[in-house]
Design a protein around this ligand. Structure first.
Ligand SMILES: NC(=O)c1ccc[n+]([C@@H]2O[C@H](COP(=O)([O-])OP(=O)(O)OC[C@H]3O[C@@H](n4cnc5c(N)ncnc54)[C@H](OP(=O)(O)O)[C@@H]3O)[C@@H](O)[C@H]2O)c1
Length: 216
């Protein structure tokens, strides 16, 4: 176990469940929260006694690292609603700014060169720190590629705040991947859907550290 900070996973949809399920395989004790408390309670029972359910306001207050596994469109409201309790905290943003298109695929809902990471950074509460991470793989790969016993798969991350590199890296390690920083939040577009370092962009699949380094 590397992570020593208090962690909460908020939003237990596809990605929140994949992240929490992976993290539950480590020694980290953490909180899960969802708008539906019963859902958090049921899932935490499945993940074992290192994982405790709570409501969202309590989870925000408790944690130092908050994995916000909610839709991109919900970030602004969430960060504003909880702004005072989020001051000084680390917010992990896995979001992709996409919506279904008319052909059964996805389309970007912000400008082609814009990123959710940069937009979200403009709503950050005072002294909160943002890490763009955990959204580089689709949910299936996020579950299947965790804790590889041969060569571990990479999860890229981006942050402007050097002081939280180790927090991001410890978390990614405890989720079962190898962390690789790509730069600041202005690089987020590369690790969001359609980006050159995203599974549903030019990357195409989970990659090892050696493969990932060639692409940076
Ligand atoms: N699915 C993927 O393969 C994938 C891959 C990479 C990144 N991502 C990103 O990960 C994030 C979550 O995606 P997902 O696929 O897990 O979506 P999802 O299955 O629809 O789950 C979204 C979760 O966010 C909650 N939520 C929505 N609005 C909220 C709000 N205002 N406050 C609190 N909770 C709220 C939902 O709660 P309710 O059930 O109450 O609505 C649900 O628990 C998104 O930003 C997405 O772009 C997804």
């Amino acid at each position: 176990m590397k992570t020593t900070s208090k962690v909460a996973v908020i939003g237990l949809g596809n990605i929140g469940q994949a992240v929490a399920g992976n993290l539950a395989k480590s020694e980290v004790q953490f909180i899960v929260a969802d708008r539906n408390f019963e859902k958090a309670q049921k899932l935490s029972e499945k993940w074992g006694n290192k994982v405790q359910p709570n409501d969202i306001p309590a989870a925000v207050k408790y944690a130092d690292i908050i994995i916000l596994a909610i839709p991109f469109e919900a970030f602004e409201g969430f960060l504003k609603e909880y702004s005072s309790d989020l001051e000084g905290k680390i917010i992990v943003d896995p979001s992709n700014p996409i919506a279904p298109d008319e052909n059964g695929g996805f389309r970007k809902i912000i400008g082609e060169k814009e990123s959710a990471g940069e937009i979200i950074s403009s709503f950050l509460p005072k002294s909160a720190k943002l890490v763009k991470a955990l959204g580089t793989l689709g949910v299936e790969s996020l579950m299947k590629s965790a804790y590889k016993t041969s060569e571990k798969a990479v999860l890229f991350y981006a942050t402007d705040d050097e002081s939280i590199n180790s927090d991001a890296e410890d978390l990614i390690t405890d989720i079962g991947f190898v962390p690789l920083k790509i730069g600041g939040i202005d690089q987020s577009v590369r690790i969001e859907v359609f980006g050159d370092l995203h599974e549903f962009g030019a990357l195409g699949k989970p990659v090892t550290l050696a493969e990932a380094k060639k692409k940076l």
